[in-house]
Write a protein that binds this ligand. Sequence first.
Ligand code: SF4
Length: 700
Amino acid sequence: DRMEMKSRTEGNTQCPFCSVQCKMRIQNQQNPDEANSLWVTEGVMNAASEGRLCVKGKNAFQHSFNRERLVKPLLRKDGILVQATWEEALNHIAQRILDIQHQFSKDAVSVYGGGSLTNESAYLLGKFARVALGTKYIDYNGRFCMSAAASAGIKTFGLDRGLTNPLSDIPLAGCIILAGTNIAECQPTLMPYFTRAKDQGSLIVVIDPRETATAQMADLHLKVKPGTDAVLAGAMLKVILEENLQNDSFIRNRTKGFDQIVRSVQGIDLNEASGITGVDENLIRLAATAFGKAETGMIFTARGVEQHADGHMAVRNFLNLTLVTGKVGRPGCGYGAVTGQGNGQGGREHGQKADQLPGYRLIENETDRAYIAGVWGISPHELPGKGVSAFEMMELVHEDTIKAMLIMGSNPVMSNPNAGFVEEALRKLDFLVVADMFLSETAEIADVVLPVTSYLENEGTLTNLEGRVLLREAALPVSASVRHDWQILCELAVKLGKGTYFPFSTAESIFEELRLATKGGAADYYGITYSRLRKEEGVYWPCPSPDHPGTPRLFQEEFGHEDGLAHFSDIVEQPSSEETCGIYPLILTTGRVLSHYLTGVQTRRSPVLTSRDISNALEIHPATASRYGIEEGMLVEVQSRRGSFVTRSRYRPDLREDTVFSAMHWGGLQNVNLATNPKLDPYCRMPDFKSCAVYVKPLQ
Ligand code: SF4
């Protein structure tokens, strides 16, 4: 069966491949029912993307028309996945869930969500886990994306929102620090904001072990050793205080805990920090004084800083820099966690996280529980408690606590650290259900696979990295044989006898309940409606009432803590990276390339995108390569203490000699996460993806 698309030949939508959420128009220039019909896309003017599209966005539609798209549910019979009707598949799922919960416990069934789901589906998935299944075990792939920055923002500012300021503030910043973020490849349409800033005299500092396309536009590039960002930020703070560049009135009036910072920087030795981070002491001084002296400035972090076992504290060290210099809550002054996933921001606000309920309410807070229970029409004692993080759910499968899992919008076989261990866990489950557009590496091992709509067919809201809520209309009609994620949840709830709690027939009707559920919470959407979103270019939360304009810039007068102040935290002085040794002498760090998104399930099925980057590579400094007898383009095995992957070498003379880099978009033997380290951050449970000790050997 081929996807039955079309009848409609054009429509407006948003790119699904990163957190900018660029608006676009898709049009068919021939007969839309032809197999190789020609579709074209163009950017549509919007305040965030300013009408731009990058190569991913321009070609995103290709995966939606790919012939590998699933068109009917698949059910495993005699070991083989075969097509089934929806009725058959949903009945089977409901029966297996009820059997497993009867035999073991409600918590034996778990849910694993994703940061690319719309707000409506993310919200409903959280409700489905707690109300329809009654399980405490729900978490999502955003645990690997935003948890360090989110928890650091809450501790320091009292609130977690990706950017504290609108994107339009970037050109107003006199100094910009981009730490562990490769915007030029991951969010390319944002680059003009930074080049505009540079044209207006801003000094740009990039902190990254590689000379990325982003680093190439920097005035200062601090080529930091992976896993030592916290030490670097601490050293910069020391310089700012030594040079007396702190903003005393801001510190006095708007923060608390500064005294402990003064005490803890006394222990920092710049020379030692330079040795740990591999960054020249003079460069540390230059970057710190530039940021300290600038009238305005912004700091951005992303996974390079955050995906470590000390990611939470590393981000807090950078947030300390914004506080000590008084660079928050003013035009051109703020912090941004540059979200990667399409709905990385909204996906974490509505209850997919083990410890949270919609609107950032806390599952362990009695008032929050009572409020959400009221919205959902259940009693608070029926709401399950706090579960565990995404990777810890996999550990609980190995321990026989979790027996079944429903995975929606995620491909954990590839995206988790120590991927071999995770695949073993998922294969061990009594029952695995995956909802996806394609037979992903995870869907391949499922008992039931449910085909879902693509971004072109799926109406809903997404919240971009600024906290700007955007409505994505459905550009094309839905094929009768696939379902929206939220429709699947509603239909399954009926089969489980919980249909009265899921009476939704449109995405908008779910959003209406989401508004109520977030009302009065930290991420308050109550004032946002579909009709408003159709008229306005998105609305920033918090937006507590329909006549509220939304909040583009946070913390102008007060921070999110009850005392209204920002809270400094102790400086971290030690690196977190996995120890190298004689056997594992190099540090493997991971990331993205321009043409691909997450585990590549969609972008590898776009001919244009996959032809640009058809397979993985190991970036390695030529001097390092020659030490291990590795020539350019040679097949190599990269081995860590957990597992290994195989790929071809690519020389990168601009890379640190102690570091190798590989991207995360390819599966099978090429999967970089077969090697990565599942050590978890104690505060936010983020795994240590980005500093893993390895050796590399040639295979030919
Ligand atoms: Fe825009 Fe990001 Fe899509 Fe590129 S990948 S078009 S920057 S949303």
